[in-house]
Design a protein around this ligand. Structure first.
Ligand SMILES: *[C@@H]1O[C@H](CO)[C@@H](O)[C@H](O)[C@H]1NC(C)=O
Length: 228
């Protein structure tokens, strides 16, 4: 690298090879010395340049890199989700005084492994349980099985999961399908309803507009929890 760097201009002749420098009274000795000094100076300057470049790159990466408190995965399209500071969050949710506690909750983190979508936290499990066990798992984590009451949530969850998940839908003991929090079904995304079973799944591999299916509650499947 040393030689290559300095191979420029009028100094590119063979005489400038260090081996050929002899300590004699040659009048060109002076110029050879100068060449050596210049080479060393340019090498030092080059090294400084490289170091500065590295520093600039490191600073650039540090300043533009993703914020540590929110993974890219969790950043959704709506504006509040692109901010990760609690202060910014409070500014976004300018709620009346009586909702201050609510606001605290809106601005808090969902927790590890949870996804945030429109002020609700969702958890798509890796492990599999029966419908009842899944529900207990969700409750143990401070939530319950997911209740889907609009198209945005349906689309979001379908996009996030590609497996079969228990959701909070069942007709245990009744003929009507109901949500676990006793809300009536406002939207329906049933697909093939010919399967037997009293518990509902969201089949992430089906088109989102018809991905719900009945399933036998004792099957071991993944599940989706939600908490506010
Ligand atoms: C049931 O859950 C959905 C979704 O979280 C919510 O919109 C609805 O208000 C809840 N209903 C009741 C009665 O709690």
């Amino acid at each position: 690298m040393y030689v290559k760097l300095c191979n420029f201009g009028k100094y590119t002749n063979g005489k400038s090879e260090p081996k050929q420098l002899k300590p004699d009274s040659d009048p060109s000795l002076d110029i050879h010395r100068k060449i050596r000094v210049y080479r060393i100076v340019s090498l030092v300057l080059f090294v400084i340049c490289v170091l500065l470049l590295i520093v600039v790159l490191l600073l650039f990466m540090k300043l533009t890199g993703t914020q540590p408190c929110q993974r890219v995965e969790e950043i959704e399209r709506s504006p509040p989700e692109q901010e990760c500071s609690l202060k910014k969050c409070h500014e976004v949710y300018q709620l009346p005084r009586e909702f201050v506690n609510n606001r605290e909750r809106l601005c808090s983190d969902c927790g590890k492994g949870w996804l945030r979508f429109e002020n609700t936290c969702y958890f798509l499990s890796q492990n599999r349980f029966t419908w009842q066990q899944s529900r207990k798992e969700c409750q143990r984590m401070g939530g319950d099985l997911a209740v889907i009451t609009n198209e945005r949530v349906q689309m979001y969850l379908s996009r996030k999961g590609s497996l079969h998940y228990w959701i909070g839908l069942n007709h245990l003991g009744t003929n009507e399908w109901t949500w676990i929090n006793n809300t009536a079904l406002t939207v329906r995304y049933w697909g093939d309803q010919s399967f037997p079973g009293e518990c509902g799944i969201l089949a992430g591999n089906e088109p989102p507009e018809r991905s719900w299916r009945p399933s036998s509650c004792s099957l071991y499947l993944q599940y989706i929890c939600q908490k506010m």
